[in-house]
Design a protein around this ligand. Structure first.
Ligand SMILES: Cc1cc2nc3c(=O)[nH]c(=O)nc-3n(C[C@H](O)[C@H](O)[C@H](O)COP(=O)(O)OP(=O)(O)OC[C@H]3O[C@@H](n4cnc5c(N)ncnc54)[C@H](O)[C@@H]3O)c2cc1C
Length: 435
């Protein structure tokens, strides 16, 4: 196929600046045969490749740019055992058995990261299980957070969760901006790009071919299998896994998956290294932190820098005004950062879904996919790789609400981006007036 493909550069992030080097993988040239062709080398694709290879089948990974180019290389590295939809809402809408299954999946996903980090010896990922504080900005959201925590204790048996008063949240964060909060000790943090690169290196060392700058430009049936065509060659396989998430529209081969998602730009800023005094006074416990505002912001401290992120009405591209909005939100919480220069700003697309949970399953009898992590995919995509491997082997997997057979596609597809921005703008307004 003669189509020209121009690989895209990485986001200039703190992670890219501090990551372990990863030698380039070759481009696909000629025809290759495999049991499974995997499209996309993020956590989903690489974890699927690992679990498929482990069961004795032969996977091949195709990546349009380079491993970790997508969300897996540029996210916040916050690891949580939850979905955007709360377990209480799942319980109310779908019953106790479903809420329990979703709770199990969420916890299994966090364990999956631990398992992969230790299996491949990825020390550079600096995985911590230091916990996450949900910090409430007013009494109404504190009450909602406490109600939720009490419900989790009583109904899900989540006895680890702890309620914090205003003083304790100030000690945790170093900020006077919160009236209280909830500590979830099981959550954690990671260097997302080192985790990704460790996976790529480990999977390749165990003999899985990874081809970079090799986009699947077409994916079609061929007899009782599939063929994925790239500019330099093709992979003939028995099954395909599409692991392109919110970047599914890079080529026409996977674009129809994008129609099940609402891609939402999420941005991060990182300060330059703080003075030892300032670094010691902010977030001394080294956890990760989220706010209770509708336009949820989160923050953590890494190597004496504050990283601050959030989603917003950020549009298609990075924009100075979006980063400035994040900076204002950060200095609202930490006024002492007002004069500290930012050293890094970057962004990426998260894949939101209408039902607020990921979708995993079959497109047809030869093609599987997993998308829509709703901005909480570091752990979940790692686990979905294992579930995809089970589905490839024809095993039954209880996917709970993630089962793709439940999916409705996004209505009014062409209108959704302006709509997303309009909703985000409204939420910002409500947050600004304190409602
Ligand atoms: C800014 C940001 C912050 C986030 N923060 C967090 C966080 O703190 N915690 C958390 O849990 N989650 C977070 N997330 C979400 C998380 O990063 C994602 O859910 C997860 O990385 C998805 O992994 P993936 O492998 O499915 O997709 P990706 O990592 O996006 O990988 C998809 C890959 O597919 C490739 N591709 C696309 N089309 C083709 C094609 N035709 N052929 C070959 N390759 C193709 C792309 O180049 C890309 O590399 C964040 C996301 C963003 C963007």
């Amino acid at each position: 196929m003669a189509e020209v493909w121009t690989p895209m550069a990485s986001a200039a992030s703190l992670w890219a600046d501090t990551a372990e080097p990863l030698p380039a993988f070759p481009k696909l040239a000629g025809e290759v045969k495999a049991d499974v062709v995997i499209i996309g080398a993020g956590y989903t694709g690489l974890s699927a490749a690992h679990h498929i290879a482990k069961s004795g089948l032969s996977p091949v990974v195709l990546e349009a740019n380079h491993p970790g180019w997508g969300a897996s290389g540029r996210n916040g590295g916050v690891i949580t055992a939850k979905f955007r939809l709360s377990f209480r809402d799942i319980d109310a809408a779908h019953g106790r058995a479903m809420a329990r299954r979703m709770y199990e999946i969420a916890h299994e996903s966090v364990e999956m990261v631990d398992e992969l980090v230790s299996e491949f010896g990825i020390e550079s990922a600096r995985l911590t299980r230091s916990g996450q504080v949900k910090a409430a900005h007013n009494q109404a959201t504190l009450k909602a957070a406490i109600d939720e925590a009490e419900w989790m204790k009583q109904e899900m048996g989540d006895t680890d969760v702890r309620i914090l008063d205003a003083h304790q949240v100030r000690e945790e964060t170093g900020s006077r901006g919160f009236v209280g909060g909830v500590l979830n000790p099981g959550s954690g943090g990671i260097h997302p790009l080192n985790y990704l690169r460790g996976l790529a290196k480990g999977v390749a060392q165990r003999g899985v071919p990874i081809f970079q700058e090799s986009p699947a430009l077409a994916l079609r049936r061929d007899g009782d299998g599939v063929i994925a065509e790239t500019p330099g060659g093709s992979v003939r396989a028995r099954q395909a896994i599409v692991a392109t998430n919110s970047y599914s529209d890079l080529t026409s081969a996977t674009v129809r998956l994008q129609r099940t998602l609402v891609p939402f730009r999420s941005a991060l800023i990182a300060t330059e290294k703080l003075s030892p005094n300032l670094a010691g006074s902010l977030m001394p416990t080294g956890r990760t932190y989220t706010e209770t505002k509708r336009m949820m912001r989160w923050f953590r401290k890494v190597d004496d820098r504050v990283i601050f992120g959030g989603r917003g009405a950020f549009g298609k591209q990075d924009s100075e005004s979006a980063f400035e909005a994040l900076r204002r939100a950060m200095t609202g919480i930490f006024p002492e950062l007002a004069d500290v220069p930012l050293e890094f700003r970057w962004s990426g697309l998260v894949g939101m879904t209408l039902d607020s949970v990921p979708h995993v399953g079959r497109i047809d009898d030869r093609t599987l996919y997993s998308v829509g992590y709703n901005g909480a995919g570091v752990a979940m995509s790692s686990l979905m790789g294992r579930y995809l491997a089970s589905l490839v082997r024809g095993e039954a997997v209880d996917l709970g609400l993630l089962d793709a057979r439940r999916v409705r596609t996004i209505p009014f597809y062409s209108l959704r981006e302006p709509a997303v921005r309009a909703v985000a703008g409204w939420y910002q307004f409500l947050d600004a007036i304190g409602r």
